[in-house]
Design a protein around this ligand. Sequence first.
Ligand SMILES: [Zn+2]
Length: 294
Amino acid sequence: MLADGRKDGGRRRRQRQRRWQRRQRQQRRWAAALASLVLACCTLVPCACSADSEPAREPNAGSGKLEVKNDLLLPEVPGEGEGASDAAEAPAAPESSPAPSAEELRASLGIVEDYRAGFDHGEKGPAHQKYIMLHDTEGESGPRDVVDFWDGNGNLVAAHFVVGKDGSIVQCVPLDRIAHHAGFGDTGHNALYGVEDESRDDRLGTVSIGSWASDYGMNSFSIGIEMVHVGGSGEYPEAQLEALDALIAYIDAYYGFESQIIDHKAWRSGNSDTSPEFAAYLANYQTARTHDGV
Ligand SMILES: [Zn+2]
């Protein structure tokens, strides 16, 4: 009965989390609609917020943070006084309720901590967090066996999390520490992704794979998540995808902003992960931060 009670509690927390995620997405859509309205106004009436004055943004970086900023505008949106007629046509403001804390979200996930000293390659606080990188393990072994395999091969390579097909999650590197999950990326990708090689990363265990892939900065600026999956083997189970949804929501809450979501092959050309059957999910994660985009 105790176990059933815990399951019910976890289900309720996940339902609450999903409702909160839906509200966040509604807020983002409303903020985007507002941004379009403001931009339209700016094309007609000269004002300080000219689109020409917006600072240039590096490719593939920072969109999540921009959305968070848009959320901060929300309480000021529905119009009273000037612009009230425009606001009257806008969707109703979302109901307010406190967002679940990072601790609550983590508790709902039932994460098993299995930290291994060899996987820790240096400090990585919020100031050095930009990306969540998704991987496939390319094997059928469960998360605990994956971590044992990484620890046993001596390469000192690991991701922060491994998500099993049943939705179970093992964490083997803390969020504020560097893991060597991304490895080397294409030469030039440090600049493309706005990351850099630096001394926080001890670089232990790294071995060059050639001049075509010389950039290592992604490891110092990202969280790695491995999904137990073999490319081409079929669908990702719903339990695994829902666990990934919740894990990303937890990481967002932990840092207080939305990191950009990419997969491993974006960083290094020729990588197999994530699989072709994950492509639609990846697109949904990148736009809505859930596998189904809902
Ligand atoms: Zn990978």
